[in-house]
Design a binder for this molecule. Structure first.
Ligand code: FES
Length: 147
C-alpha cells in the first residue's frame, strides 16, 4: 500500500513538473516584456524593468553559482589551512635544528600551532589559540641531556 501511495505522489509530482515545464513556464516567459533590440532596453518603462528584474536576478544567480561550482577559486595563501602568517611567500616552511645547537642543560620548545611570533620557537600563543578554537595543540619540547 505504501508503495502505491508513493507512486501516486511521485506520479503527481512528475505531472506537475511536466505541466510547469511544458505549459506554465513558456507562457510566463512569453509574457515577459523582453525587448527585441538593445535599443529597446532604453525604452523600458519602470513597470517593465520591475517585471524583468526578478527573472534576470534568478538567471544571473543560477549562472553565478554554476560558475562558482565549476571553477572554484584557488585559495590564497594564509586564508585557509593552519599557517596564516609565517613565511607565506614560501611554498613550504622548513626549519632545521642541529642537535649540536641544543645545549645539554637547555630546553627548547618548538611551535606546532603556527601562531608563534617567534616561530619556529613557541611563545605560548598556542594557549590563546586553544582557548579560542577548543583545540589542544602544544609545542614540541626538546630537552638537553641533563636538563
Ligand atoms: Fe605554537 Fe606554542 S606558540 S606551540
Amino acid at each position: 500500500m505504501t508503495g502505491e501511495a508513493d507512486i501516486g505522489t511521485m506520479d503527481g509530482f512528475v505531472k506537475g513538473v511536466h505541466d510547469v515545464v511544458t505549459r506554465k513556464l513558456p507562457r510566463y516567459l512569453q509574457s515577459l516584456p523582453v525587448p527585441k533590440s538593445t535599443a529597446g532596453y532604453t525604452q523600458l518603462g519602470q513597470k517593465e524593468v520591475l517585471i524583468l528584474l526578478w527573472p534576470t536576478l534568478l538567471v544571473f544567480s543560477v549562472l553565478y553559482f554554476t560558475w562558482c561550482a565549476l571553477f572554484p577559486d584557488t585559495p590564497k595563501k594564509g586564508t585557509v589551512g593552519i599557517n596564516a602568517s609565517i613565511h607565506l611567500d614560501r611554498d613550504k616552511v622548513v626549519n632545521n635544528v642541529s642537535v649540536a645547537d641544543i645545549e645539554d642543560t637547555a630546553t627548547k620548545a618548538y611551535c606546532r600551532c603556527w601562531k608563534s611570533k617567534k616561530f619556529p620557537y613557541c611563545d605560548g600563543a598556542h594557549n590563546k589559540h586553544n582557548k579560542e578554537c577548543g583545540d589542544n595543540v602544544g609545542p614540541l619540547i626538546i630537552k638537553g641531556k641533563s636538563a
